[in-house]
Design a protein around this ligand. Structure first.
Ligand code: SF4
Ligand code: SF4
Length: 476
């Protein structure tokens, strides 16, 4: 790990703003800080309170990935069990850390956050390894988008294991020719995995990022299953009533009125899909490309390094992260669209749906695609593995000296653990947006700027203007 904290402590503890905490009996009326107090009854400062919020949010993201990994690890492998145990320890330590009257030391808050980030690196690697062990190493594939036919099931979420079990059950029942399966949002990278692609009824991808569910699901006549976050809550729209009876949820995901898949029994979902009308109205000619897992990209390392040394590739832009509704996300499309042809885009997570319809072609004079989709949000670790491989090959000691720019969209707690994971590796100069996280107060923002040179993109009204301005800065 890089030494990232030297000399920054004094800058970060200067003032207390945005105090709020209501977690214990000693709380002031309406919560410590709610009436303008700078400090809680116990002596907790706003800075400590917000750092603890960040720790809790990061822990939630870590817990989600840990749950996904738990389903896939090999119970007979001591190594897998040890990796899981290490992550579990950090989850419980971090929760304990935020208990009332445990810790009032700034350095130790930061150290625990970095420990959390390191566990984030571990969980992403564990999940990535488990996926490739089970389903093979993804390879690039072009698939149809918004084209569907027949009796069909739409799968939303991130859970490849659930998808695989569903496909297997359809095949066991001899229904491969009768039920087509489509992916939505973060399930898109499933198409790159050889052992999932083997199922001929895994057809294509429908829709965009998670938050189009209400509109999309109400148009979709087939059955639907959501197997992880993100699901749109029922209260958001009356349209949900039009599909709630054909919506199934899995594991932790739940929504009033939907049916639950229990004990990996997919028969009710399959039978339901057969009873529902065949889907219609999805006849687009669009296509999407996915399947550039880092383990595949590393096999292209010699060509990539040659293109870098010949000046054909001048920069790598990691434009990745969680998408959220609103105009702010246009920032990422604008950034991707305006990049010079010598720049390669590395992406992951559902933020890619802001620009993955664009044909970026190849780097001029090479066969290297300019758009590389590493996969889901949990495949973000791939960008780090690629950076480490390039740094080793070029003899660069500090990853921050590579021609790599990182532009991340954050939406929720999985993105927080990914950000902490990058910090724990000493990665700096990240652009984060499209607006500043509310749990980051000015003290933390100053600390992040001082220590990690983070740039908070915070111009939600003019995302395109902001993207152009930031791009000029990044290419300077
Ligand atoms: S932990 Fe401290 S700051 Fe939080 S509610 Fe209790 S007394 Fe207030
Ligand atoms: S990438 Fe983030 S916002 Fe998108 S579906 Fe996954 S967790 Fe949700």
């Amino acid at each position: 790990m890089f030494d990232i904290f030297s000399g920054k402590k004094e800058d970060a503890t200067s003032k207390d703003t945005n105090m709020f905490c209501y977690q214990c009996e000693m709380s002031m009326t309406d919560g410590c800080g709610s009436n303008g107090q700078d400090i809680g009854t116990c002596g907790k400062s706003a800075l400590e309170s917000r750092l603890q919020d960040m720790m809790i949010f990061g822990t939630k993201g870590l817990a989600a990935y840990r749950s996904h990994a738990r389903e896939l690890i090999n119970e007979d492998s001591q190594e897998d069990r040890d990796r899981l145990l290490k992550i579990d320890d950090v989850i419980s330590q971090s929760m304990y850390f935020t208990l009332t009257n445990v810790n009032f030391n700034f350095d130790e808050h930061i150290a625990q956050l970095m420990k959390l980030g390191s566990a984030g690196v571990e969980v992403l690697d564990l999940l990535s390894d488990s996926h490739t062990k089970h389903f093979g190493i993804p390879t690039p594939v072009k698939i149809t988008q918004n084209r569907a036919e027949g009796h069909a099931i739409l799968v939303s979420g991130h859970n490849l294991d659930m998808l695989s079990r569903l496909l297997k059950r359809i095949k066991e029942r001899g229904l491969e020719d009768k039920i087509n399966v489509y992916t939505h949002s973060e399930m898109l990278p499933a198409h790159g995995y050889p052992q999932l692609r083997e199922y001929k009824n895994l057809k294509g991808n429908i829709g965009k990022a998670w938050f189009d569910q209400t509109d999309l699901f109400s148009k979709w006549q087939g059955a639907i299953v959501v197997n992880t976050n993100c699901i749109v809550p029922r209260g958001k729209s009356a349209k949900v009533d039009s599909y709630i009876d054909r919506l199934y949820t899995y594991d932790m995901v739940g929504i009033d009125g939907a049916k639950k898949i229990e004990e990996h029994n997919y028969d009710a979902l399959i039978d339901h899909a057969l009873q529902l009308p065949k889907v219609s109205g999805f006849e687009s000619d669009e296509t999407l490309t996915t399947g550039h897992h880092y383990k595949t990209i590393l096999t292209l390392a010699p060509q990539i390094l040659e293109a870098v040394s010949e000046g054909k590739i001048t920069k790598f832009f990691v434009i990745a992260g969680c998408d959220a509704p609103g105009k702010g996300g246009e920032y990422f499309r604008e950034m991707a669209k305006e990049l010079p042809p010598s720049a390669v885009i590395i992406t992951s997570s559902c933020g890619k749906f802001r620009f993955n319809d664009i044909d970026f072609g190849n780097v001029p004079g090479t066969q290297i695609p300019r758009y590389l989709d590493l996969g889901q949000c949990n495949d973000s670790n791939g960008a780090v593995h690629i950076a480490i491989a390039v740094a080793n090959a070029l003899g660069v000691k500090d990853l921050n000296d590579l021609p790599v720019e990182i532009v991340l969209s954050w939406m929720e707690q999985k993105a927080v653990i990914i950000l902490l994971a990058l910090f724990s590796l000493g990665i700096k100069n990240i652009y984060l947006g499209p607006k500043a996280p509310q749990f980051i107060n000015s003290d933390i923002a100053n600390f992040l700027v001082d220590t990690f040179n983070i740039h908070v993109i915070d111009n939600p009204k003019e995302p395109r203007v902001q993207a152009k301005k930031d791009l000029e800065e990044l290419l300077a």
